[in-house]
Design a protein around this ligand. Structure first.
Ligand SMILES: Nc1ncnc2c1ncn2[C@@H]1O[C@H](COP(=O)(O)OP(=O)(O)OP(=O)(O)O)[C@@H](O)[C@H]1O
Length: 334
């Protein structure tokens, strides 16, 4: 079932007076002559999940690095947990955890040693550190692997260890930079469950992702980053309402049939790789009937006809101007 017809759950942090966990005004960053962030405004209420969505190279990691004080912005302001990133970076660091592309996991030592190192860094007394480490290893299903070097862990286990290490410091805000990139579907769903549990504990989650489904599943609010600017921001439903209607997709197995249909149906958007044609449609019975009549008259016989309601894929595609993407089934599409 397309997510757009699922009942809409109540979103957290909708109240106008919800305190901001993260807020930015006019955040800017350039590398050399290249503008990576070109005036970013964000307001993320405490206790919510925010997804920064964007194609490769859009500037997602750069935003996370600025907000977690790893690099400085060239302009604008950013407050995290009530601290200014420029004037109070220590205050920010004490309140946040960061995991993702610059993971803290050391592959040469065991999972347990990684956890104890983290406990030391947070100045926990030895016994307390051991208790917290054991608890978190258990919570993230790593007890059995705790004595093995982290380099032997699977991708999913490493991500879980990374989050467990972050939680040693009891952060109120967690930045997850592409938390499920490269994970298999089961590990991805595990990670989603972990993220939901973090939020139910009151943690604010700032996540970056290239996966629309992930943002749709997890985020209260989503911002689409494109060319250094926020192209759109809102709940998944609000974003889906930004673009008109759905479409009918015709798939062919025979390249010759596909080519002749493509030349007969000039209004359709062709996808040469998938041998598919996409025709704008609201999906009403009347519209579908006239489309079928039209296909018959044009002598077009597709091997598969599917209806699509607008989803985040469509929004992302429309807003990011056709950047390469991967659809929900993992197929590369144009
Ligand atoms: N230290 C740096 N020096 C020069 N250019 C950089 C540096 N860091 C990032 N960039 C450039 O800034 C742009 C944004 O990079 P960033 O890593 O923030 O993108 P991203 O949205 O996280 O992409 P991805 O999904 O591929 O990780 C890219 O074009 C990248 O090459």
């Amino acid at each position: 079932m397309p997510s757009s017809v699922m009942p809409t759950p109540r979103r957290r942090g909708d109240g106008p007076q919800s305190p901001a966990a993260v807020s930015t005004v006019g955040l800017r960053k350039s590398y050399g002559g290249k503008t990576v962030l070109d005036g970013i405004d964000l307001h993320i209420p405490a206790g919510t999940v925010f997804a920064l969505l964007g194609p490769n190279g859009a500037g997602k990691t750069t935003a996370v690095k600025i907000l977690s004080t790893l690099i400085t912005a060239d302009g604008g302001q950013a407050q995290v947990a009530g601290h200014d990133v420029a004037t109070s970076p220590d205050g920010v660091r004490a309140a946040i955890g960061v995991t993702g592309q610059f993971s803290a996991v050391d592959g040469l030592i065991t999972g347990e040693e990684n956890m104890l190192l983290m406990a030391d860094l947070h100045h926990l007394p030895k016994a307390e550190g051991r208790r917290v480490a054991a608890e978190l290893l258990e919570r993230f299903d790593l007890t059995e692997a705790a004595k093995k070097p982290a380099s032997t862990y699977s991708g999913g286990m490493k991500r879980r260890l990374d989050i467990a290490m972050t939680l040693v410091g009891s952060p109120r805000i967690i930045f997850l930079d592409e938390p499920t990139t490269g994970l298999d579907p089961r590990s991805r769903h595990n990670m989603w469950q972990i993220i939901r549990e973090l939020v139910s504990d009151g943690v604010t989650v700032f996540l970056t992702t290239q996966y629309l489904e992930e943002a749709d599943e997890l985020a209260d609010r989503i911002a689409v980053l494109n060319d250094g600017r926020i192209a759109a921001e809102g709940t998944a439903d609000e974003l889906k309402r930004l673009i008109p209607g759905g479409h009918v997709r015709l798939r062919f197995t025979d390249p010759a049939a596909y080519r002749s249909a493509a030349s007969a149906l000039r209004e359709a958007t062709p996808d040469d790789e998938a041998l598919a044609l996409q025709i704008p449609s609201e999906g009403s019975q009347r519209e579908l009937r006239s489309l079928l009549d039209w296909l018959d008259a044009a002598g077009v016989e597709a091997d598969e006809l599917t209806m699509h309601s607008p989803d985040l894929d469509d929004v992302f595609f429309a807003l990011t101007g056709g950047a390469d993407r991967t659809d929900k089934k993992g197929e590369a599409v144009r």
